[in-house]
Design a protein around this ligand. Sequence first.
Ligand code: FES
Length: 101
Amino acid sequence: MAWTRIADANQLQDEEVVPITLGSAQLALFRSAGEFHLTDNVCTHQYALLSDGYVEDGCVECPLHQARFDLRSGAALCAPATQPIRVYPVRVEGDDVLADV
Ligand code: FES
């Protein structure tokens, strides 16, 4: 795959998230603890959008049943989710957020 510009780095403050649609993929771009993270947007427990969740210290809490995921690894940190979310490589060049999706 190739690096693709997906956002302006200035559009997100720390501990914020925005939904990103790339083709048919529903993704979520997070800025947390000073780093950008790109993940699948749909929770692995049931259907909820993590872009509606609560972001803090490199983690997101699902808005529906409060499972938490590590934004670096995608790991599910607590019930009811048991499966990780997929994470994608992301980097910042100037004001551009680039992803390898
Ligand atoms: S849908 Fe995310 S924890 Fe249930």
